[in-house]
Write a protein that binds this ligand. Structure first.
Ligand code: FMN
Length: 166
């Protein structure tokens, strides 16, 4: 039976995993049968009637594992409604240009599988948690730090999904 909804995510420091968790929770509370999985743990897509896929943005792009997941499963994913969400910091105070850059992070995956719905969410950046290299990059680009995730925005988007992926 392909009656379940897949919520699959990539994450480096956990914030996108938590956004995916909130999306899954809202769908479940609406009575949907949901599997919440890191992209690397998804094997069989035949049991899903829809997929929600999210990735954080790093240097303007989705994490490689999210792109590879979509590329690898593009044939199956094209048969069902797919929604994408991107999590990043340029949407925090980057205005229209920040949103445009965040939208562009999905260009690659849009080409592979056209989504029925997309969303951009502000993320979390905690410098003390970052690897040496990541910390050096965010210091260089003077990225804002803190937790900017807007849970109301995430939940509101998720509550509209069942209608969109029907
Ligand atoms: C090295 C580095 C590069 C980043 N590049 C971008 C970027 O290009 N655009 C953006 O919107 N956010 C960028 N971010 C912010 C992350 O997308 C944000 O912190 C996100 O919540 C991280 O998700 P995760 O905790 O799931 O890994 C960057 C963060 C780091 C550490």
């Amino acid at each position: 039976m392909n009656d379940a909804i897949l919520v699959a995510y990539a994450t480096r420091y956990g914030s996108t995993a938590e956004v995916a968790g909130a999306v899954a929770e809202v769908l479940r509370s609406g009575g949907e049968n949901v599997d919440l999985l890191p992209v690397g743990d998804v094997t069989d897509l035949s049991r899903y009637r829809a997929a929600v896929i999210g990735s954080p943005i790093y240097m303007g792009k989705w994490l490689a594992e999210a792109q590879v997941f979509i590329e690898k499963h593009q044939k199956e994913l094209r048969k069902v409604p797919v929604a994408y969400f991107a999590v990043g910091m340029t949407v925090v105070d980057g205005g229209d240009e920040g949103r445009r850059k965040a939208e562009a992070s999905m260009d690659q995956v849009r080409l592979l599988v056209q989504p029925v719905e997309t969303a951009l969410f502000a993320g979390r950046l905690e410098p003390s948690e970052l690897s040496f290299t990541d910390k050096a990059i965010v210091t260089l680009v003077r990225a804002p730090s803190g937790d900017y995730r807007d849970w109301d925005a995430v939940r509101s988007w998720a509550s509209g999904l069942p209608e969109k992926v029907r």
